[in-house]
Design a protein around this ligand. Structure first.
Ligand code: UTP
Length: 288
C-alpha cells in the first residue's frame, strides 16, 4: 500500500517574479484554486492521503491553505459562499499534512532526500505541483499507483515533447513493454536535441521506492550544480528496475508563463464557460 505523497515546493519560482516575491508559486491560482490544491486532490484521489511538503522560506501560505480558517468560516457563515470552501474542507478532512524544510536550494533530488524524515521506509508518490495534470478516466497519479501495485518498482510519468524542448527535461531511453510502459535503460538530464536519447520527457509525477534515499545520499550535484533526481533514478534503473509510463491525459507546465495561461484557459473552458458570468461555480465540484 502506498499512502504517502511528497510535494517539493521549496523552489523560488523565479520565472513568475514579481508575483512570487512574497507568495509561493504553488499558491498561484488556476482560475479560483491554487496549483498545489489540484496536486493534493490528485494525490488523495490516488489514495495517497498522507501529504508531505518540502518547503522553504516564504511558503507559510501553503500551510495556512491546508488548515481551517475559523475567522473566515465565521464571517461567511450563512452568506451562501460556504460552498466555495467545500472542496478544500473535504481535502483537509481526508488527509494529513506534514512539513519539513529544505534549507538550501540544492535541486529536486536534494528536496526529495530532505523528505526522507516524512516518508521513512515506504514507497511514495512525488508531485511537482507546477505540472498540472488532468488524467483521462482517473488521475495521473492513480494510473501510476495501479501500475505500482503490479510492478513494485519506481515509475516516472513521461510525455512526448518536441525535440526543441529536450533541454528543459530529463529524457529517457527505454524498451517499450506496450500500453505506454517503458523499461528505462538510460536517462539524461536536460540534454541538447543531439544528446537526447528520445523525445520522451519525465514530467512531475513519480512513484519512488525508498531505496532511492540511499542512492540520493551518494548522488553528487550534476547539471546546474544541483542534485538531480534523474541521476539517482539512472542508478536505480541499473541496480534494479525503473519504468516510465506515458500517462493518459493532459499536462500543463504551469512553471512557465505560457503553460500557466494555457492551463487557465483550459480550466475556464472546461469548468466555467457554460455558466453565466455572475454565477460562481467552484472548480472543486470536479473533485470527487
Ligand atoms: P523548478 O526549477 O521548476 O522550480 O523545480 P523553481 O526553481 O521554483 O522555478 P523557477 O525555475 O525559479 O521559475 C521543479 C520543482 O522542484 C521544486 C520546486 O519547488 C518545483 O516544484 N524544487 C526545486 C525544490 O523543492 N527544491 C529545489 O532545490 C529545487
Amino acid at each position: 500500500m502506498i499512502t504517502k505523497c511528497l510535494f517539493p515546493v521549496a523552489g523560488y519560482g523565479t520565472r513568475f517574479l514579481p508575483a512570487t516575491k512574497a507568495m509561493p508559486k504553488e499558491m498561484l491560482p488556476i482560475v479560483d484554486k491554487p496549483l498545489v490544491q489540484y496536486g493534493v486532490e490528485e494525490s488523495v484521489e490516488a489514495g495517497l492521503t498522507e501529504i508531505g511538503f518540502v518547503t522553504g522560506r516564504g511558503k507559510r501560505a501553503i500551510e495556512d491553505h491546508f488548515d481551517t480558517n475559523y475567522e473566515l468560516e465565521h464571517q461567511i457563515q450563512g452568506s451562501g459562499k460556504e460552498i466555495l470552501l467545500d472542496g478544500i474542507r473535504e481535502l483537509i478532512n481526508k488527509s494529513t499534512f506534514s512539513y519539513t524544510r529544505q534549507t538550501a536550494m540544492n535541486g529536486l533530488g536534494h528536496a526529495i532526500l530532505t523528505g526522507k524524515s516524512i516518508i521513512g521506509d515506504n514507497a511514495f508518490g512525488v508531485v511537482l505541483a507546477d505540472d498540472l495534470c488532468f488524467g483521462e478516466g482517473s488521475g495521473v497519479l492513480a494510473q501510476m499507483v495501479k501500475l505500482y501495485r503490479q510492478f513494485r518498482c519506481s515509475i516516472v510519468a513521461i510525455e512526448e515533447i518536441p525535440s526543441s524542448d529536450t533541454h528543459k527535461y530529463g529524457v529517457i531511453a527505454g524498451e517499450s513493454m506496450g500500453d505506454g510502459l517503458y523499461h528505462i535503460t538510460d536517462m539524461v538530464e536536460k540534454p541538447t536535441p543531439e544528446e537526447a536519447p528520445s523525445n520522451l520527457a519525465i514530467i512531475g509525477r513519480y512513484i519512488l521506492t525508498p531505496d532511492i534515499f540511499e542512492i540520493l545520499e551518494n548522488t553528487k550535484p550534476g547539471k546546474g550544480g544541483e542534485v538531480q533526481i534523474t541521476d539517482a533514478l539512472k542508478i536505480q534503473a541499473k541496480n534494479s528496475r525503473v519504468l516510465a509510463y506515458k500517462f493518459k491525459g493532459r499536462r500543463f507546465d504551469c512553471g512557465s508563463i505560457s503553460g500557466f495561461v494555457a492551463a487557465t484557459n483550459y480550466c475556464y473552458q472546461k469548468f466555467f464557460a457554460e455558466e453565466s458570468s455572475d454565477k460562481v461555480v467552484p472548480l472543486t465540484k470536479s473533485f470527487k
